[in-house]
Design a protein around this ligand. Structure first.
Ligand SMILES: NC(=O)c1ccc[n+]([C@@H]2O[C@H](COP(=O)([O-])OP(=O)(O)OC[C@H]3O[C@@H](n4cnc5c(N)ncnc54)[C@H](O)[C@@H]3O)[C@@H](O)[C@H]2O)c1
Length: 321
């Protein structure tokens, strides 16, 4: 199996390395970047890690090298730092990057689809949900999903686990909606070993509202906290990308909060998605209380408005081709 990564900056490089280290996900990894020398340098560096993992080849190439790719991860474009989206008080957040990155996608998606018409396209570039809507349209097919709120859900689990002093793996907690400022943390269903997380947090000395607000801020602005330290969030998302590619290639039908076009909301957003061959196979609405549901509806309406305003289309516009 061949996997391609388009955009070999911080996120693309972390994705490729995670794929190698995860092991056994694919036989070949192709790296493509508008800066061909950069892609070649990263491939040359990573090749030396491959003898430590199950057999995998890494090489750089042009778009022609995507022929036969089963999954293409698109990580090309400006990040929050370069695109000026690092202000915690800005309600638009990552949506500020849409204009610039939509132009980049308009250039590269047709090139990908021309050589890899069967590939599942995984959108990682910010803002991933509107860009997945655009990609679906440009590609002319529905095998498109975005990494959505899986990374936010992992952050939720990690910060809850910190507070509750348990390992994150044993925390069940999900974020749905937009991968962005309108995302919705599902506090009502967050649990540890079947015990509601809110009940456990209420036993702490600190007032519950304060704890919730602190955790929400940690998650909502995790990207900015990371960027203030390193300039780019990359390792967490790189691991997420490799995990999702694995789920697609093995047709796992893994149940994960990733984003795909949802006809009911008429936009791409994250719900409970079944991920396997071909991308997202089904989506379910998770249990939500009234406030969470209202927040999800508001976020979806905002995403629809963004699609109309910035892309000049609604996601319902039939795919081209
Ligand atoms: N979905 C998520 O959860 C998530 C998490 C972290 C970052 N991101 C996003 O991922 C994107 C990449 O971030 P980064 O930190 O790696 O940025 P970066 O600047 O390090 O890398 C971007 C790469 O894209 C390449 N590129 C630009 N235009 C291209 C084109 N037309 N064709 C091919 N390659 C092109 C650049 O040469 C560069 O190597 C950003 O939009 C960032 O905000 C998303």
């Amino acid at each position: 199996m061949k996997v391609a990564v388009v955009g070999i900056g911080a996120v693309g490089s972390a994705t490729a390395l995670s794929l190698i280290e995860r092991g056994g996900v694919c036989r070949e990894i192709v790296l493509v970047d508008v800066d061909a020398r950069r892609a070649a340098g990263v491939a040359a560096d990573m090749r030396y890690a491959t003898p430590l993992s199950p057999t995998v080849e890494v090489r750089a190439g042009g778009y022609d090298a995507l022929a036969g790719a089963a999954v293409v991860a698109i990580t090309a474009g400006v990040n929050e730092k370069t695109g000026g989206a690092t202000d915690r008080s800005d309600p638009e957040g990552r949506l500020r990057l849409l204009g610039t990155n939509a132009e980049i996608y308009a250039d590269l998606v047709p090139k990908i689809v021309a050589v890899a018409p069967e590939a599942v396209l995984m959108v990682v570039t910010d803002p991933p949900d509107p860009l997945a809507d655009l990609t679906r349209r440009l590609a002319g097919h529905d095998r498109v999903f975005s990494t959505g709120t899986l990374i936010d859900s992992l952050r939720f689990r990690v910060h809850l686990a910190d507070r509750l002093r348990v390992r994150p793996r044993d925390v069940q907690a999900m974020v749905v909606g937009e991968h962005g400022t309108s995302e919705v943390l599902l506090w009502s269903s967050a649990s540890v070993g079947g015990v509601p997380a809110l009940e456990l947090l209420a036993q702490a000395d600190q007032p519950l509202d304060e704890v919730k607000r602190q955790i929400e801020d940690d998650i909502r602005y995790a990207n900015i906290t990371i960027i203030e330290g390193t300039g780019a969030s990359q390792y967490g998302i790189g691991a997420v990308c490799a995990r999702l590619i694995d789920a697609v290639l093995r047709d796992e039908r893994a149940v994960l909060p990733v984003a795909a076009y949802h006809p009911g909301h008429d936009v791409t957003l994250s719900l409970v998605s079944v991920l396997g061959a071909g991308g997202v196979q089904r989506m379910y609405e998770p249990a939500m209380d009234a406030a969470e549901r209202a927040a999800l509806e508001r976020g979806a309406a905002h995403l629809r408005e963004v699609a109309r305003r910035t892309l000049g289309v609604t996601a319902r516009t039939p795919p081209a081709g």
